[in-house]
Design a binder for this molecule. Structure first.
Ligand SMILES: Cc1ncc(COP(=O)(O)O)c(C=O)c1O
Ligand SMILES: N[C@@H](CCCC[NH3+])C(=O)O
Length: 485
């Protein structure tokens, strides 16, 4: 087994088996969270500051006051930061794919799976983005938020009839077909309603990217998409073209998530553009659109690489699309992308209250301080699921005492209930302190559970010092109400 390395927010190969080795190494390498610096590439949202008395604030709201009023744990979202990230994608893709440059324009779909609520759907849509959904729940939120059907896409490797009917009846802009059996179902449901449904085909290009197998999606042996190598993708195009109630608008490729290097996207773009040209030659149908998926990485700890900016991503993709279409002699398609994490992730942090603190002696010598907080794997499953790395900082004060190697753990009945594997925290951290974990805006609340019957935390939006819950805290009454006895 290869040596695991913690990078890009996830542990690569063999993460769980080799966790102990990594833990031992980390005793010497734990580092404190970087201080907020207002840069978009920071682990903190741009509105996070530390005031003179040592407390962290988000967009002008002091986190001590936030905790006092709304309780902990809580997800705190910097609305201006999230909106600015959405806007910079819209602007960067509009500029890089400007029709005046001979390109056919671009659409940015916000991947709702990262975190979707009515407020977030409205924010990103008002900043010029469309919304990518993959379940009836995400579709319902996008529609309830007032996003027109034509600005919504529907994904899913196992869509229900209910999901397909909702999508068709609301005239969504695209249904991304993910299996051969789905084609017939969409065709029949669209025909029954007398409509021609716009569909794309999700293909697996074989480009392997993303730090952990669970978040890489374009290799052969996994559940998403139709394989180019096996011929399933080609069969899908033929079947769609033969169905009068389907309109084949494009080809889709999503290679994985938390990717910091643009090379994989460029390789996938080349592959799908070639496929589009071949399909055009074989069938006479040149698909007008190509979707290159999402997956752009963010900083989680400060030790990770600098992520590419939306402008770098857009210009990188525009260059490759332009070059490949010129080589192939095909018209340039309209391009779309589906970033989620890189819009919502850095805009959010999780605020916890510290409880039990325990020094634990380590086998190889040395000590680790176990700092328990009032949440854990129910509000952030990523460390347990992917070995994802995070960092944490005291949020209510600073401390001049020495920093020690610490592990932030949750309150669940699992030893893998880890919030931050290794971080240097002040030795005097204790019960009552507040701890902020940055970069939890994506795949935190959206993957939260009620494990151990712990109610899910609220999501608090902060805008110019004003704090507004955009999702309320669950209560014990909510949990009891589900139980029919
Ligand atoms: C089809 C598709 N599009 C977009 C995304 C969003 O990815 P990310 O949040 O990493 O940008 C995902 C998740 O990986 C996905 O499966
Ligand atoms: N939930 C994942 C990414 C999911 C990818 C969706 N295909 C994460 O937290 O990194």
């Amino acid at each position: 087994m290869s040596e695991p390395t913690r990078h890009d927010g996830v542990l690569a190969d063999g993460a769980h088996d080799a966790a102990a080795e990594v833990a031992a190494e980390a005793v010497t390498s734990a580092r404190p969270a970087p201080e907020p610096d207002g840069r978009p590439a920071s682990v903190w949202s741009t509105g996070v500051c530390r005031s003179d008395d040592g407390a962290l604030s988000v967009a002008g709201a002091d986190l001590r006051a936030v905790a006092a009023e709304h309780g902990t744990p809580a997800y705190v979202v910097d609305e201006a930061d999230l909106r600015a990230r959405a806007r910079s994608y819209a602007e960067a893709f509009a500029a890089a794919f400007a029709e005046s440059e001979g390109l056919a324009g671009a659409d940015v779909y916000y991947a709702g799976k990262a975190f979707l609520s009515l407020a977030v759907a409205r924010w990103v849509h008002s900043e010029g983005l469309r919304i990518d959904t993959s379940t009836a729940g995400e579709l319902a939120v996008a529609l309830r938020a007032g996003v027109p059907g034509e600005h919504i896409g529907l994904h899913g490797n196992n869509k229900s009839d209910e999901e397909l009917v909702t999508a068709i009846e609301h005239r969504v802009g695209r249904i991304v077909v993910d299996s051969l059996g789905e084609i017939e179902r969409v065709a029949a449901l669209a025909a029954e309603r007398g409509v021609r449904a716009p569909v794309m085909v999700r293909v697996t290009t074989g480009v392997h990217a993303g730090g952990h197998d669970f978040i890489a999606t374009a290799h052969e042996d996994q559940k998403f998409g139709l394989s180019l190598a096996s011929g399933a993708a080609r069969q899908a195009f033929e079947e769609i073209l033969a169905a009068p109630s389907l309109n084949l608008i494009g080809v889709h490729s999503h290679i994985g998530s938390q990717i910091l290097d643009l090379a994989g996207f460029e390789a996938a773009a080349r592959s799908v553009l070639q496929l589009r040209a071949e399909i055009a030659e074989e069938t006479g149908h040149l698909m007008p659109e190509v979707d290159l998926g999402g997956g752009y990485g963010i900083r989680y700890t400060g030790a990770d690489d600098e992520p590419p900016s939306p402008a770098q991503i857009a210009t990188g993709l525009a260059t490759i699309v332009h070059a490949v279409c010129a080589e192939l002699g095909t018209e340039i398609p309209r391009i779309s992308v589906e970033p989620g994490r890189s819009i919502a992730g850095p805009a959010g942090l999780t605020l916890y209250r510290v409880g039990a603190v325990k020094p634990v002696a380590l086998d190889g010598g040395g000590e680790r301080l176990y700092v328990s907080v009032d949440g854990g794997m129910s509000d952030n499953i990523r460390p347990a699921l992917y070995g994802a790395a995070y960092t944490a900082a005291l949020a209510n004060r600073t401390s001049a005492v020495e920093h020690v190697t610490a592990r932030v753990v949750g309150k669940h009945c699992e030893s893998g209930d880890i919030v931050v594997h290794d971080v240097a925290l002040p030795a005097d951290i204790g019960p009552g302190d507040l701890l902020a974990v940055p970069a939890t805006g994506a795949y935190g609340r959206s993957m939260a559970s009620q494990y151990n019957l712990v109610p899910r935390p609220p999501v608090l939006a902060v805008t110019e010092g004003q704090v507004r819950p955009i999702m309320r805290r669950e209560t014990l009454e909510d949990l009891l109400a589900l139980d029919l006895g």
